[in-house]
Structures are given as C-alpha cells and as structure tokens.
Ligand binder design. Structure first.
Ligand code: ZN
Length: 200
C-alpha cells in the first residue's frame, strides 16, 4: 500500500469517527426536543394553555440542528443539568441572581419575566407564527442531517474498500510477476496483505 493510500484511509476513518460523533449529537437534539414536547404537554395538562393554541417552544432548543452551538450548549451548566436530570425543567436562574426562581408565585407577569416553574423558558403565545410546527420541523431537520451522515459514512466505507481492494490486487499482480514459479509465496503474501489491511 502506498503512503498516499494509507493517508487516504486514515483521513477517511477520521471522517467516519467524526460523523459518528455528530450522529450522537443529533440523537441528543432529538432527546431534548422530546423533553420539550413532554414539558409542553405537562403545561397544557396544568391548564397553562390548550393543545391547539399553546406554542410551547423552548428557548433552549435554539441550537437544535446546528452541531457546534448545540455541543457548546451541552457543556453549559444548563445543558448538563437537563441531561443529568433526564428531563426539561425551568431554566436555571441566571448566575449572579440568587434564588430568583423560588419566587415562582409571581407567575402572572409572563411578558416581562416568566418565572412559573411549569412554563419558564417556554413560548406561551397562542397560534405562534414564528415557531409554528416546531416539533415536526426541528425533528425533520435533525433526521435529515442524520440520514446524510449515514449516507456519507457508507460512501467513505465504500471508498476505503476500493482502495484496499486495488492495493491488494496490485500486490497480488506484482508478486505473481516477480515469483511466477513459486506458488507458496503468493499465498503467503496474501496473508500478510490481509494483516496490513486489518491493521489500518
Ligand atoms: Zn412561539
């Protein structure tokens, strides 16, 4: 195998590793959306709006569909808290403002600052246009990204196979030409060829 082939294979394997990580990130996006949908349903069950009218989009879904901002969000205290709890609750109070969320009884002023633990961070508009159909649009978007990544992974694997096959057949051709008399050599060389392929 030439050094160019080896570096191509190396790069391709790195890309696939990166795709795998991005797919894992996408799954977390879908998970966060699922929790946001549940929280919206809980808010509706508690009489905060109707299933038909309440928007329920959560501001913490803003980076869903954009890999690196979302991964950065996962590293924030907010992101860590959500995924540790396995659910979406009211956003953490902004750092510096201590215990603001304990005054949750003042839920009436949802325009200025919504501190209701059931709906804080949530868009409470009725028939909200900017966020219309957010669950289906966001999940369609994320699933499309995942599908593309799966296709790209398969293409990378196919290319890697082609590179390995052509290197192997070139190797066999060369050893046949060089050792046309000795049969054992050619089978030995195929063995060592496979070892090389496996080590990459
Ligand atoms: Zn909205």
């Amino acid at each position: 195998m030439t050094s160019e082939e080896q570096s191509l294979l190396h790069k391709s394997a790195e890309d696939r590793h990166d795709f795998t990580q991005e797919i894992a990130t996408c799954k977390k996006m879908l998970q966060l959306m699922e929790w946001a949908v549940k929280r919206r349903e809980a808010a509706i069950a508690a009489g905060k709006g109707t299933a038909k009218d309440l928007c329920g989009y959560d501001e913490r879904l803003d980076t869903v569909g954009v890999r690196f901002p979302f991964e950065a969000f996962l590293e924030t205290p907010e992101g860590k808290t959500i995924f540790k709890a396995g659910r979406l609750d009211a956003p953490l109070p902004p750092s510096g403002e201590d215990e603001a969320s304990s005054k949750s009884e003042t839920a009436g002023n949802d325009k200025a600052e919504n501190t209701d633990p059931l709906t804080a961070g949530m868009c409470l508009k009725k028939k909200c246009k900017p966020h219309a159909h957010w669950p289906s649009i966001l999940s369609k978007n994320v699933k499309h990204i995942m599908k593309e990544l799966t296709i790209q992974t398969r293409e990378k694997l196919n290319t890697e196979e082609r590179i390995k096959d052509s290197a192997a057949s070139r190797y066999r051709r060369n050893s046949r030409e060089n050792n046309s008399v000795v049969v054992f050599d050619s089978s030995e060389s195929e063995d060592s060829d496979e070892e090389m392929g496996g080590a990459v």
